[in-house]
Design a binder for this molecule. Sequence first.
Ligand code: SAH
Ligand code: SF4
Ligand code: F3S
Length: 443
Amino acid sequence: MSTPKKLYIKTYGCQMNVYDSERMAEALGGSGYVETQTPDDADMILFNTCHIRERAVEKVYSDLGRLKVFKAAKPDLKIGVAGCVAQAEGAEIMRRQPMVDLVVGPQSYHRLPELEARTRKGVRALDTDFPADDKFETLRHRPKVARGPTAFLTVQEGCDKFCAFCVVPYTRGAEVSRPVERILEEARNLVDRGVREITLLGQNVNAYHGAGTDGDWSLARLIWALDEIDGLERIRFTTSHPNDMSDDLIEAHGHCAKLMPYLHLPVQSGSDRILKRMNRSHTADDYLRLIERIRAARPDILISGDFIVGFPEETEEDFEQTLALIRAVEYGQAYSFKYSTRPGTPAAEREQLVEDVKTERLYRLQALLAEQQRRVQDRMVGRDVSVLIERSGRLPGQMVGKSEYLHAVHVADADASVDAAIGQLARVRITGSGTNSLSGVLK
Ligand code: SAH
Ligand code: SF4
Ligand code: F3S
């Protein structure tokens, strides 16, 4: 048997790219590749890229530049660019980066084996189609690799919302939901390989409406079907849009024990004027009332969000409305960004705020969010939580995992066999709250 070729994948961007990178590794497994954790000994280096903000794209180009030495040392090395930058700027990458052998978009990566074969013949390959054949179906029977007790599972992809700042509808295409039975099959397969927690992924995951046994199913119905899989202990989903937070999904948060009390519900701004200019089609008040209903169903739920500061025309008053909304919600987790102009999106054409204003607002916003997150985390001290053990910690007998609320928890138990504990749920009494994690002891 010939020695396997080595594949190094670097993943940028969102969780869906993490999922896609695993699928790409599986696809190339059929061409004789095994994954390696370092680029040094790789026969193929693949960048799975993100186009969401300018900074993310710059990072890809600077990392690509650094590959020149690898290619010089190993002329046979193949270099590929996948993901959302590939989709948005594929032809340009081919033109500007002669050392790139292949470019593949997020909807055509199931064709990687044939693209790779072409590059072996010395032909550069570009595929950024939105093909009619379904990548999930093509890759369905490829052996899956066990990667620990938690896994991502893409159930919905693409977006039809067209927020004025966002590239996703262009890079990922129109909103598509996978059929229920395929998702359940993939979930059972993951559980057979030791997975205990599944995070359902979609750019608009709560708009899920995949074909089920009797017409289209909602995300809530899918969650209830997953709830019946023995051995699956935890279900999460991300990312949701406020407008698609349906009654049955809110209700599931109150009744489905496997559905974790954590909800990522981005609002972006607290100003109605800016929300309108962003094409978000909800008001700040709609969002606040929604949060109230979700908390009525599941009082301890941890709310997480995304914010953009310095969107075109944002005044100090608009910005203060965002701060007020944050104070009203009390976030346990949050991601915040300076608005970044993205070519081809409507907001890129508008008059832009100066950088200093964006920087200063981001600083204030992040200070408030950090204070809230710390408060929410500190309140866990003295409480008992369930922790899914994922790995060993740095200290002897120390184990690390996540609570229901997605807080990282360091669990001390000098007698524990950490290897045996991985994948187990532990009852833990929280005894301390640090900068980025909690600590606790086994109950
Ligand atoms: N589908 C998800 C998130 C998509 S992108 C949703 O609808 O919420 C993840 C986050 O990146 C967004 O929530 C937004 O806060 C941020 N983002 C997207 N485009 C951006 C841009 N042009 N500049 C700055 N942040 C942006
Ligand atoms: Fe982008 Fe999310 Fe808006 Fe879709 S809903 S356009 S993915 S921010
Ligand atoms: Fe980035 Fe594409 Fe995800 S632009 S955030 S990798 S959908």
